[in-house]
Design a protein around this ligand. Structure first.
Ligand code: FAD
Length: 505
């Protein structure tokens, strides 16, 4: 195989000049981003993906007449890199952001019955934009509301560049700042579990502070929630593929890379079951375990650190009812194992009834449970949460399990996440698990792809495409002197992605 031809048509009359060829391994959001960025800079790019589709951990599949997402994905207005990505692939209009943050939160445990609260923002400057919502949030006592305000201000005062933050857990910090177990459950974990895929006690203070500071306290509109109104696959596979094709990237799916090796003259060989591709730069945009397996000796000082980055599961419970049972696009729940519920009807193509997806983060207890047990657990909970389900018939019930949905954002994980550059010239790392400063999100994945492409373009002597998302360089690295791109400080406001974030009955 060589770059410059696709199966159907020649990409260009001009062959890509020597010294300007790159292979990107892995067609998740990180890899697609890196491939687009490199191709936009005039590099000849081959993108190799082991599965039959692009999109990595954020994909869709067919189940009868339904198009199902493997897991509900949402993002926030402050996810500027992911929004740039949506624009770049021509998908922004298909995944719009709500006009103004509005999250219905239903508590079903209260003695007086089911109670609805709202987390909303006003058109006021930070932090006043959340003041009214917090002051009237019915799931917290008056005293807790006042203490939450004080803790939010203290959180906002933390310096995200202080490496000591990553050694502490968020739960202990919250306790030390007067947060009651109820405040943790009804507010901090409500947001934190969905964004970090960990409860406060298991989360790095650095990552939690990053999420809350950027998502809630950087800009009044930062936490407005966006989600795809079409199947994820339409964006991350269909439109991404189109954009790659028109940028001249040669994309090979069902192509698993088995080895990556350096020639010694600065060039690289990328081996697949049916051949080898030569390149001047290689971006490994695969999960950390696969990256560890593919990294040549000496590429990182302590490659075993990659194996120290844990993973955390997310379960999605899918229920199709014979009638509408939820009147909002999504809701969050308290006092029940149900975390977030989304209306998936329109995006899935369902014509009759309503399709709900329950997004269950930190799903260690459920991830291996049989479907029958999950059905027995969740259907009664939905009857408590959504009264209209009580008279409705369940037409379909199934689950999707992502055992390694995210990296575990545990204290100390920051030290284990490598930057984009390796010690092997021409070899770069990308993936939501690399040192982006973000938790495992679509935003982090896109940022990492931009970072890897930036590093490769510098080495290849190619100018950065003007429209490419701008990350700021940060001087943190596990490879002294290489200065990889890490924390992209938000160019225009910022934030975090709610996982399982966005619908009341
Ligand atoms: C259920 C679920 C819900 C989520 N919810 C949200 C959310 O609401 N908001 C949010 O922002 N994020 C969410 N995330 C996280 C988000 O999906 C990921 O952080 C992001 O998609 C990771 O992208 P990536 O490119 O870094 O990695 P991946 O998506 O893992 O891509 C890596 C790719 O490399 C390929 N690959 C691996 N080895 C090889 C090889 N040897 N050769 C070729 N290809 C290879 C894989 O097949 C894969 O396609 C969720 C994830 C899951 C699973």
């Amino acid at each position: 195989m060589s770059h410059g031809t696709r199966s159907e048509e020649p990409l260009t009359d001009e062959p890509v000049p020597a010294g300007r060829r790159a292979v990107v391994v892995g067609g998740g959001l990180a890899g697609v981003t890196a491939a687009l960025a490199l191709a936009d800079a005039g590099v000849g790019v081959t993108l190799l993906e082991g599965r039959p589709r692009l999109g990595g951990l954020a994909f869709s599949f067919r189940r009868g007449d339904l198009t199902v997402d493997n897991g509900q994905h949402v993002y926030l207005r402050c996810c500027t890199a992911y929004r740039w990505f949506l624009d770049r692939i021509g998908g922004a209009a298909l995944a719009p952001v709500q006009d103004r943050l509005d999250v219905p939160v239903v508590d079903v445990r209260r003695p007086e019955g089911r109670r609805l609260g709202r987390l909303r923002r006003d058109a006021l400057p930070v932090p006043l934009h959340l003041g009214r919502s917090l002051a009237t949030y019915p799931h917290l006592s008056l005293a807790d509301r006042a203490r939450v305000g004080r803790a939010a201000l203290a959180l906002n005062g933390l310096d995200l560049d202080d490496p000591a933050l990553d050694d502490q857990d968020f739960g202990s910090w919250l306790t030390a700042h007067g947060q009651s177990p109820r405040a943790v459950e009804a507010l901090w974990d409500l947001v934190g579990v969905a964004t970090l895929n960990a409860v406060a006690g298991d989360a790095s203070l650095a990552l939690a502070a990053m999420v809350f500071k950027t998502g809630l306290l950087s800009d009044p509109s930062a936490a407005d929630i966006g989600w795809a109104r079409v199947p994820l696959g339409d964006l991350h596979d269909g439109l991404a593929r189109k954009a790659l094709d028109s940028a001249g990237v040669r994309t090979e799916v069902r192509t698993r890379v088995t080895a990556v090796s350096a020639h010694g003259d600065g060039r690289w060989s990328v081996r697949m079951p049916d051949g080898t591709i030569e390149a001047d730069a290689v971006v490994l945009a695969v999960p950390q375990r696969e990256a560890y397996d593919l990294l040549p000796a000496g590429a990182l000082d302590a490659p075993e650190r990659l194996l120290g980055i844990g993973t955390a599961p997310i379960l999605n419970v899918h229920v199709v009812y014979d009638r509408p049972v939820l009147t909002r696009p999504f809701l969050a729940a308290l006092g029940t194992p149900v975390q977030w519920v989304f209306d998936r009807t329109e995006a899935s193509g369902l014509r009759r009834g309503q399709y709900l997806a329950l997004s269950q983060s930190v799903a260690h207890d459920d991830i291996d449970a049989p479907v029958a047990a999950l059905r027995e657990r969740y259907l009664p909970e939905l009857r408590r949460l959504l009264p209209r389900t009580r008279g409705a018939r369940v037409e379909d019930f199934f689950v999707t399990r992502e055992r390694t949905a995210t990296f575990a954002p545990a204290p100390g994980v920051g030290r284990l996440r490598p930057g984009a550059r390796t010690k092997a010239p021409g070899l770069y790392l990308a993936g939501a698990w690399t040192a982006t400063g973000w938790p495992a999100t679509m935003e982090g994945a896109v940022r990492s792809g931009v970072g890897a492409a930036d590093a490769a373009l510098g080495a290849l002597g190619r100018p950065r495409p003007r429209h490419l998302f701008a990350l700021e360089e940060a001087a943190r690295s596990d490879v002294p002197g290489t200065g990889p791109l890490t924390l992209g400080r938000r160019p225009e406001g910022t934030g975090a992605a709610l996982r399982g974030g966005p619908g009341e009955g």
